[in-house]
Design a protein around this ligand. Structure first.
Ligand code: FAD
Length: 451
């Protein structure tokens, strides 16, 4: 019998548990993708995510075709689309890997129930995390809110990741392109058209969406692991893995990343430094699952009455476009615009400037990141913003305010990163600072004291 394998944020064939489960139960898999951004609540994928997904779906389709199969893409609503696909193909089952965004968890729960009522066998699998969010709890049975104890509990709970290779061949999809046409399965290009303004054309000299690009990025990172503990904080060095968009779209499995680095011959402390970082991603998903309101609300309710400054559109715009006159911040915001990615250290600095010196609510920054990052990820982005703003789990206390000038001296000592992105620094073309850092810091601390 046939089964739909419903691809979501798991756009790969290697170590793909939904596909493996269908094959293991001797179903003939029919790979499908349903485009339904309106089902993602207030956090539908942004422009950079759409640009990436379009290419990633094309790569997945090519990989499937190389194995004798292909990807059928349809538009939502998802439930109706899956039912239509199942009846057109005679599929008896639907397999997928889990997602943890609140709107998606709700939708998937309802959808599973409805599909089962309709007589379809459904199975969801963990293909995105090392440990499921509900498998780790404090002694009292509560979710964790502090990273280190979460990390210890999660690593203890984790089973050695098991990985499966991609199947070499797949059965042809009984459902051919003509039948796809009949049920209105548009080409990927029609579903996710290329962005009109080609703002993203600079992205693709930095990135290759899809499974092959992910595998290449992982392979390229292995020799860099030894230098990761020092290199990860130096934005000019490119010392991090740049796996974040590949992980977000599931183009490489987290188990594969974990196993590759754990088995590499880098020194143990370097391997651990990197693997520990993967658990920040786990922690972010744990928090998102247990505290779904935090996508839009402070995790720490003491901040609900915080005196955020009135949004100054000109300042917000200067921040978004990298024209604040604060070089390391502008460098980061321009790296984001041109590549769809920003170094973690610099993410912390730009977020700190927005939420502390400019005292704007972290959601203004989170929304901009969500739209412009190729690795935009509701779990990681929410954690990152709430952590920097001081409103979230294990947060840096609000009163600890990064000084971007000192941070730049420390982490970009010869200015190489800033010069790459702000070449006009020191010329009349570069704007003066939009705020006085010292005064803004005092104002932020005063607002904090009034809280
Ligand atoms: P590496 O250092 O090579 O780390 C490997 C992987 O571990 C990353 O790909 C990522 O999946 C995970 N990871 C590393 N650091 C973190 C972290 N602090 N939190 C969660 N996961 C982590 N990451 C996103 O993937 N999507 C986001 O939308 C996002 N928004 C952020 C917003 C702010 C304000 C901040 C401070 C951080 C944000 N991060 C986000 C976390 C982090 O900056 C990126 O994961 C990292 O820079 C990606 O680069 P890399 O793959 O080279 O990281």
């Amino acid at each position: 019998p046939a089964a739909l394998v419903w691809f979501r944020d798991d756009l790969r064939l290697d170590d793909q548990p939904a596909l493996q489960a269908a094959l293991a139960q001797e179903y003939a898999p029919i790979p499908v993708y349903v485009h339904a951004p309106e089902e993602e609540g207030d956090w539908a994928p942004g422009a950079a995510s759409d640009a990436w997904r379009r290419r990633s779906l094309q790569a997945l389709d090519a990989a499937l075709r190389a194995r004798g199969s292909h990807l059928t893409c349809v538009r939502g609503p998802t439930l109706a689309a899956l039912q239509r696909l199942a009846s057109a193909t005679g599929a008896e089952a639907i397999f997928w890997t889990r997602r943890y965004e609140p709107a998606i968890e709700r939708r998937d729960t309802e959808l599973k129930r409805a599909l089962r009522r309709a007589g379809l066998h459904t199975e969801s699998h963990n293909g995105a995390l090392l440990v499921e969010p509900w498998d780790v709890a404090t002694k009292a049975g509560d979710p964790y809110k502090v990273f280190t104890p979460f990390f210890k509990a999660a690593i203890a709970r984790m089973r050695t990741p098991r990985t499966w290779d991609a199947p070499a061949h797949l059965p042809p999809v009984a459902f051919d392109d003509a039948a796809a046409h009949a049920i209105d399965a548009p080409a990927i290009d029609a579903l996710l058209p290329a962005p009109k303004h080609a703002w993203n054309r600079t992205f693709w000299s930095h990135w290759t969406p899809g499974e092959q690009g992910a595998r290449d990025a992982l392979r390229a990172f292995v020799p860099k692991v030894a230098a990761y503990p020092e290199g990860r904080d130096l934005p000019a060095m490119e010392g991090t893995s740049c796996l974040s968009p590949h992980l977000h779209f599931g183009e490489v499995s987290i188990a594969r990343v974990y196993a590759t680095i754990a088995q590499s011959d880098a020194p143990k402390d370097a391997r651990i430094a990197f693997l520990r970082q993967l658990f920040w991603r786990e922690f972010a998903h744990h928090l998102l699952h247990h505290f779904p309101r935090t996508t839009d609300h402070n995790l720490d309710p003491r901040f609900d009455d915080f005196d955020w400054a009135r949004v100054d559109d000109a300042q917000l715009d200067a921040w978004k476009t990298g024209r604040t006159g604060i070089p390391i911040v502008d460098a980061g915001m321009r790296q984001l615009w041109h590549t769809g990615w920003m170094h973690n250290r610099v993410r912390m600095l730009v977020a700190s400037l927005l939420t502390k010196h400019l005292r704007m609510h972290w959601l203004h920054g989170a929304r901009w990141f969500h739209d412009t990052l190729v690795d935009a990820d509701l779990a990681n982005n929410t954690l990152g913003w709430q952590w920097v703003a001081g409103t979230g789990a294990d947060a840096a206390p609000y009163f600890r305010i990064f000084n971007p000038t000192l941070q730049a001296k420390r982490f970009d000592p010869d200015g190489a990163y800033v010069r790459t992105w702000v070449p006009e620094l020191g010329t009349p073309d570069y704007p003066p600072p939009i705020i006085d850092l010292a005064t803004a810091r005092e104002a932020a601390l005063a607002a904090y004291a009034r809280r």
